[in-house]
Design a protein around this ligand. Structure first.
Ligand code: WT7
Length: 628
């Protein structure tokens, strides 16, 4: 290969890898897409096999495994109950204060059954959407699986979101039931989830009932007839009854997950039982080389797609043992993660560039004082990883012997799309090559493939089983956001820019739409702007991302105040706390600049790239469309 800086896998890694060959299998998978996925779909059970692998009669509304009957919970739990996996650990959980709980597959089934009976008793039926707002405790996972078991869909709202954001999502999903907890532990403090859930309940007319898990034990307000303690419901006989796993259509909704887009309104991305189970479990097996004896740790929150796919569904389908940790990864000491890896002899660690940069900041000694020899593979996700962080991860955490799986994917893709396999030669900062069945390319606006090393638009040219099916209640928006730019060709637009080098390696550059990646979190500039404008003193706002050493990008806001309002440091503080209240801590701007005007096009669109170029001291480029 052309590039000098290549890291080859050891003979040992190659000899043990689940997947030993890439090029030919890839070629075959693209040439015979349906044949390939039909074969992979044989890794899971079906109550009824499909009539057709792919229905592409109404693009972009593709259907996979048409006519098949299944339930992801059957593959994640039920089928293991008659094999040796029944007695295997499914989850090893550690709370931030150091308390631990472990669950075998048998125990997971017991807990999920209880929760499923509770949910059913609240009148939830197949097709309903239950909202879940929980800390990282095992019950979060059980709640998700319980919904899926009875054929309801879940919508997990990340526990860092505000009451307003939670209420918006409850409304959009029309949820009548919320599953939550009194609180969770983060950096030694209680995050008061029940208080936020109560506030959300006040501003949503739909919510009838809440199931509340006791985690922290602090005083919370419970409303009679609406709120039920989980541990009280557990005392009822009926929750211990057997609960059948509902047999679903392959295309039935499994979950909704809200993610940020280019408009202020969050979009509920819809995934289904059939294609998603095939796709996530396969890429997990292929990329992370999952073996029965492994202990796998995906250091993400189950509340994001990473957790849905790679803490909950894929590892269970693959019969793996998964670690789950409640709190902050550097609390109470910077070596919390390394200590846990040593203590539990974890084999595979999957985390984000932001977390890696956070660990790096504390110095190598915190890592080196632990025996990390149990590790055999590393992974990263969420944003481009800078080579400096990659090399630190490789040398300091991996001791120079562990391949790093830099997995590029999105909420909308369901699972990894561009990623190395353990056998792939690595280039620091490159997600390497598309996985099997994924026809990725870098093109210009007309759809022409750009020259090697030239920047362009990252597109996916063929459908894949794990793809999002639509945006809840808004097929038009789904079409418009992802499928309209290359409608003629029928390609999926990822929203990312990338380049492909002379070896066919992909290098993800950044988002090209008005979406920011802050500490790996996805935020729409429009969401932060509308939070700012909802403050009485703000007339107009524009938000951009500027490079940040730890967070990758940091939010910078430009605000025009209402006539007569004084700009003061106090007001900047107040606006920050306003955004925190509207959206949650992840959306709070690093800096708010008060300005008199904003660069706009004649049609009134804010030119964020001009603000960005100015802030970075760069050439703002073509200004011919600017108004002022
Ligand atoms: C966006 C999707 C999918 C799990 C977490 C994020 C960026 C994700 C990588 C990577 C460079 C990456 C992209 C993508 N991204 N992984 N390995 N290298 N960029 O899911 O919140 O839906 O965000 O995250 O910009 O479009 P998400």
């Amino acid at each position: 290969m052309s590039n000098q800086n290549i890291f080859y896998p050891s003979k040992e890694v190659i000899s043990k890898a689940n997947i030993k060959e890439y090029e030919n299998t890839y070629k075959r998978s693209i040439e015979d897409l349906e044949g390939f996925w039909a074969e992979i779909a044989g890794r899971v059970d079906w109550h009824r096999k499909w009539d057709k692998v792919l229905d592409n009669s109404n693009p972009p509304f593709y259907k996979w495994f048409v006519g098949a009957r299944t339930n992801i919970v059957h593959n994640a739990i039920d089928r293991h109950l008659t094999t040796a996996t029944r007695n295997k650990l499914a989850y090893i959980w550690e709370g931030e204060p150091g308390d631990t709980r472990v669950f075998s597959y048998h125990a997971v089934n017991r807990e999920v059954t209880k929760m499923a009976n509770m949910i059913k008793s609240m009148g939830i039926k197949k097709g309903d959407i239950v909202t879940i707002y929980m800390p990282q405790i095992p019950e979060l996972i059980f709640a998700m699986l319980a919904c899926a078991k009875i054929g309801a869909a879940h919508s997990v709202v990340y526990a860092g979101f505000s009451a307003k954001a939670l209420a918006d999502r409850i409304n959009d999903a029309q949820s009548k039931l919320l599953i939550t907890a009194d609180g969770g532990w983060r950096r030694g403090k209680i995050v008061d989830l029940k208080k936020i859930a109560n506030e959300a309940a006040e501003i949503t007319p739909l919510l009838d009932e809440m199931i509340v898990v006791k985690r922290t034990g602090h005083d919370v307000e419970m409303e009679d007839e609406r709120d039920f303690w989980y541990h009280e419901l557990e005392k009822e006989d009926f929750v211990h009854n057997k609960c059948e796993t509902e047999v679903m259509d392959a295309e039935d909704m499994l979950f909704i997950l809200y993610t940020s887009g280019t408009t202020g309104k969050p979009k509920g991305v819809k995934h289904t039982h059939g294609g998603y189970q095939v796709y996530t479990s396969f890429v997990h097996y292929a990329v992370f080389d999952i073996k029965p004896e492994d202990r796998w740790w995906c250091l993400a929150d189950p509340g994001w797609i990473t957790g849905h796919s790679f803490i909950v569904y894929a590892p269970l389908i693959n019969g793996a043992t998964t670690m789950l940790y409640e709190g902050a990864p550097t609390y109470p000491q910077p070596d919390r993660v390394w200590e846990m890896i040593e203590k539990y002899q974890v084999n595979i660690l999957y985390t984000s560039p932001t977390a890696i940069r956070g660990f790096m900041r504390f110095g190598d000694a915190w890592v080196k004082q632990h025996d990390l020899s149990s590790l055999r593979l590393l992974g990263t996700v969420g944003e481009p990883i800078n080579p400096e962080a990659w090399l630190w991860y490789y040398h300091i955490v991996g001791g120079g012997r562990l391949p790093i799986m830099d997995t590029w994917w999105q909420t909308e893709t369901g699972g990894f799309m561009i990623s190395p396999l353990p056998i792939t030669p690595l280039k620091p900062g490159s997600a390497t090559k598309p996985l099997f069945g994924i026809d990725a390319d870098v093109v210009d606006e007309k759809g022409e493939t750009v020259e090697p090393n030239e920047e362009g638009i990252l597109v996916i040219k063929k459908p894949w089983p794990g793809m999002a099916r639509t945006i809840l209640g808004d097929d038009e928006r789904f079409k418009q956001i992802y499928w309209s730019d290359f409608a003629e060709q029928g390609w999926y637009k990822t929203g990312d820019s990338a380049r492909k080098d002379e070896d066919g390696y992909f290098w993800i550059i950044a988002r090209i739409d008005d979406v920011l990646k802050v500490s790996g979190y996805r935020l729409g500039t429009a969401e932060v702007e509308s939070a700012l404008v909802s403050h009485k003193d703000v007339a107009e706002a524009a938000v951009i991302g500027l490079p940040h050493k730890l967070k990758g990008n940091a939010i910078h806001a430009y605000v025009i105040l209402m006539h007569g309002v004084q700009e003061t440091p106090e007001l900047e503080k107040e606006l920050k706390s306003h955004v925190r209240k509207e959206m949650g801590p992840i959306a709070v701007p690093e800096k708010i600049n008060f300005v008199d005007s904003l660069p706009k096009t004649r049609s009134g669109k804010i030119m964020r790239r001009v603000l960005k170029a100015q802030a970075l001291g760069e050439d703002p480029g073509d200004l011919s469309t600017i108004e002022d």
